[in-house]
Design a protein around this ligand. Structure first.
Ligand SMILES: Cc1cc2nc3c(=O)[nH]c(=O)nc-3n(C[C@H](O)[C@H](O)[C@H](O)COP(=O)(O)O)c2cc1C
Length: 430
């Protein structure tokens, strides 16, 4: 399963790990004529870069190198490949963890999965990987139009802001200037006691057009949740009024319409998986980072108990670095939803727009064929392994019967659709 790729529309793949040569992104079908890199991207990279004493002391210049797809500062529409080199990766910091699983990190579970453990800063489970997401998201800025994404911190550890709202005046987006010095003290204490802190963030997206999201497996809420959970340390998401929705009766939390408009937004701008046009709002639960200097119990690769103290360069509160990553992943998710919506909406489309939609659909059909062939090759292996006959005539009949039924329901020619399935089976077998 290609698990390092996102966006069927743009075909985005990211690669690289904490202590490899470089991290990178390859965008297969980027938008043409986009200024690249934008000033906003350079600023976002700065925000994601360690800058406060509460974040990691690894010093990376995070310089973008364009390998392809840009001419005279504009994307050409050809595959866009960008890398960022790792220049301050000190593997020596991690020698002590060669055979040890850091408590709470991805080491243990990834070792169970792959049988090999990239101990050099956690490899691809390191937060360093997220820089590529910022680069990918920059390219979709034009698709988002005037959509505005705001991330604010509601609480860090046990300290809650006394005010709500958005402020980008400090790197934590802490809305409450009065208690900001308390926050800095609190973080300093966590750092001194060699511990780490998480928090709760509120995310608000304004100027979202209604109609984004595709039931049932591409619901906007589902895709936003997936995008958020793809970021390390995200532990929960609550749309709209969140836990209140579990407590209060429907009569108090049903969103109300008046004069063809919603007058309330208890559900955070998405109903039935489709945007309502109201602001999309949700809370994110962020765990504290696992790498801490405090001594902890763990085990080594042989399963024997050992003690661990993590002396590398880590965030004691990574929230400032997380904020631009959240913005980037939301941008990518919304851009995909907007492009999908264009595929099914005839508004504002000229012939080239319709052709673009058709080309995308054809591409998706081919991608589906490619995926099908991969699964068929796994089925073949499974059958060989279990000494099962390669052909199953009854199963083929079933496929054709089902195809005809579905074709009839969709008002498509059942005979032609059967021929397509026949070809599909042949292609999958090649
Ligand atoms: C921007 C960013 C910075 C991070 N910095 C650190 C860090 O310094 N130390 C650490 O242990 N984890 C850090 N993490 C979190 C790990 O990547 C994450 O905890 C790990 O991959 C395990 O995933 P999980 O927390 O989702 O289970 C960071 C994550 C992000 C997104």
């Amino acid at each position: 399963m290609p698990s390092n790729s996102i966006s069927q529309i743009f075909g985005i793949s990211t690669f690289g790990e904490s202590h490899g040569h470089a991290l990178g992104v390859l965008i297969d079908s980027p938008l043409p004529n986009i200024d690249f890199p934008s000033d906003e991207l350079l600023q976002a990279i700065q925000r994601r870069n360690p800058q406060l004493s509460f974040t990691t002391s690894r010093k990376e210049p995070d310089k973008i190198e364009i390998l392809s797809g840009v001419m005279d500062g504009k994307t050409t529409g050809m595959p866009l490949c960008i890398i960022v080199r790792n220049t301050d990766a000190r593997t020596v910091d991690y020698e002590a963890f060669k055979d040890v699983f850091r408590p709470g990190h991805a080491d243990f579970s990834w070792f169970q999965k792959y049988g090999i453990h990239d101990y050099r800063g956690g490899g691809r489970s390191s937060g360093r990987e997220t820089i590529t997401r910022l680069i990918a998201a920059d390219h979709v800025r034009a698709v988002l139009g005037n959509i505005k994404i705001q991330v604010m911190t509601k609480s860090i550890g046990s300290l809650s802001a006394q005010k709500e709202g958005y402020s980008s005046k400090n790197p934590f987006h802490w809305p409450d200037p009065e208690s900001y010095p308390d926050l800095l003290n609190y973080l300093q204490n966590a750092k001194l006691s060699q511990d780490s802190l998480g928090g709760i963030l509120r995310v608000k997206v304004s100027n979202v057009p209604p109609g984004l999201g595709d039931p049932i497996y591409e619901k906007l809420s589902a895709n936003i949740a997936k995008a958020m959970f793809s970021i390390g340390t995200v532990r929960g998401i609550n749309f709209g009024d969140g836990l209140r929705l579990a407590r209060d009766p429907g009569s108090l939390v049903n969103d109300i319409y008046k004069d063809a408009k919603l007058t309330t937004n208890y559900h955070g701008g998405i109903l039935g998986g489709v945007s309502t046009g109201a602001d999309i709002e949700f809370d994110l639960v962020i765990r504290p980072v696992s790498s801490i200097g405090k001594e902890q119990e763990s085990i080594n690769k042989s399963g024997n108990p050992c003690k661990v103290k993590i002396s590398g360069r880590h965030d004691s509160c990574h929230i400032p670095r997380l904020i631009p990553v959240i913005e980037a992943m939301l941008s990518l998710c919304l851009a995909d939803a907007i492009q999908y919506q264009k595929l099914i909406s005839s508004e504002h489309q000229d012939l080239s727009g319709f052709r673009e939609s058709l080309d995308k659909l054809d591409e998706e059909l081919l991608l589906l064929l490619w995926r099908r062939r991969k699964i068929v090759s796994q089925v073949k292996l499974y059958k060989e392994h279990n000494a099962l006959p390669p052909k199953d005539i009854e199963r083929d009949k079933e496929i054709f019967n089902r195809t005809k039924l579905i074709a009839q329901e969709l008002d498509l020619d059942p005979e032609l659709c059967s021929q397509i399935i026949d070809l599909t089976l042949k292609i999958s077998d090649k």
